[in-house]
Structures are given as C-alpha cells and as structure tokens.
Design a binder for this molecule. Structure first.
Ligand code: HEM
Length: 180
C-alpha cells in the first residue's frame, strides 16, 4: 500500500523532494539490508498490535465486557513482552541501519572498534551473563514467591480507601498542610 508523497514529506519536509534509493549508494556502503528490513517491520507490527489491543480494550470497556472477553485477555497476555521486543527491534533498526558507519559518513565501524582481543570481550560478556542471571534469577524467584502466597482470611486491606497518587506529587500540598 503506497501513500503518495508521504515519505518525502516526513523525511524532507517537502511534498516533492526526491528521495535517493539504496540503488544510488555504493554496495560497499550498504548496511545488512535484510536485518534492517525485518527489524523495522517487527517494531512497527508490534506497535500496531499494541494500538489494536488498546482499541479493543476500550471497546470492551465501553460494552462492559472488559472482564469477560477471554480472547482479549489471551491477546493481552501474549502481548506482554511486545514492548521489550519492539524496543530491541527499534534499536537493531538504528544500529544495523547506520552500518558500516559508527558516525555516518565520518567514522567507519571497522575503524572505531577497540583493539581488544576476542577472549577479553568474551570473558566480560560471560561475566555479565552470569551476574545478570543471578541477580534477575533471584528477583524473579522472590517475586514469584510473593505472588504464590494467596490472600489470607481476615487479612487487613490496604490502609487507604482512595487510590494513592504515584506521580505528579509535589511538596506544595504538604507545605500548605504544614502552614495550616
Ligand atoms: C507504531 C509504529 C512505529 C513506527 C512507524 C516507528 C518508527 C521508527 C523509526 C522511523 C525509527 C528510527 C529508525 C532510524 O533511526 O532511522 C524508530 C526507532 C526506534 N523505535 Fe520505533 N516505530 C514504531 C513503533 C515502535 C514501538 C512500539 C517501540 C517500542 C515499544 C519502538 C521503539 C523504537 C526504538 C527503541 C528505536 C531506536 C531509537 C534509537 O536508538 O535512536 N518503536 N522507530
């Protein structure tokens, strides 16, 4: 599906600005095209699915079926990792898309790589993997244990019957309260 002149407008802020295609670029200057192509589509596809989920949830809410529509619940569940995957896909799009340059037109990646031997890089990577597995593993274990504990009969409810504001809190009301 093509929207005429849209790319020119977005990228060059003019309806009739010519856009040079990849075929005008020397092949030695090309990024790995397939990775950029698919990473971008994964990102945009997930973004559109997020919008769909939001719209479907709003519709369910308006029809008072938000808590009964099990298909929507499954959709929301599988969309759980979507934000994370979309961020990684977006990042891959930009980083792979700028290749073979670190700074476009000025510094090639091959010239900006640090003079480190592969074993040194492998060792620090391995250390990161081990430490992160331990830290996140402990965190996930702890959270799952908390979630595993069902509510107990007679357990006290939350201390506040109003939702507590978690954002936008400024000291002004407290200062005013203190003044009174
Ligand atoms: C809905 C449709 C979306 C469109 C049209 C879109 C478009 C773009 C574009 C044009 C870029 C810049 C690529 C470049 O550098 O040339 C980009 C980068 C990026 N996008 Fe998306 N995106 C969408 C959805 C998303 C979603 C849902 C996420 C995450 C939840 C996301 C995360 C990112 C990230 C992390 C980058 C890299 C930013 C950077 O490193 O500079 N995008 N996106």
């Amino acid at each position: 599906m093509e929207i005429p002149k849209a790319s020119s407008l977005i990228l060059k802020h003019s309806l009739d600005a010519p856009l040079a295609g990849l075929d005008t670029v020397d092949r030695r200057e090309w990024p790995p095209v397939a990775i950029v192509f698919w990473a971008f589509r994964i990102m945009v596809g997930l973004g559109l699915l997020m919008l769909l989920l939001a719209a479907a949830s709003l519709l369910a809410r308006l029809r008072r079926r938000l808590f009964e529509w099990s298909l929507l619940h499954r959709f929301a569940l599988v969309m759980g990792p979507a934000g994370f995957v979309a961020v990684i896909a977006g990042w891959i799009t930009t980083e792979v898309g700028r290749q073979p340059y670190t700074v476009y037109g000025l510094l090639r990646t091959a010239d900006s790589a640090s003079p480190l031997d592969a074993p040194a890089v492998a060792a620090s990577l391995l250390a990161f993997i081990v430490v992160y597995f331990i830290v996140f593993g402990a965190g996930v274990f702890y959270i799952l244990r908390l979630m595993n504990r069902p509510p107990q009969p007679g357990e006290a409810g939350p201390a506040h019957d109003q939702p507590m504001r978690a954002a936008g809190i400024t000291p002004a009301p407290q200062v005013a309260e203190g003044a009174n």
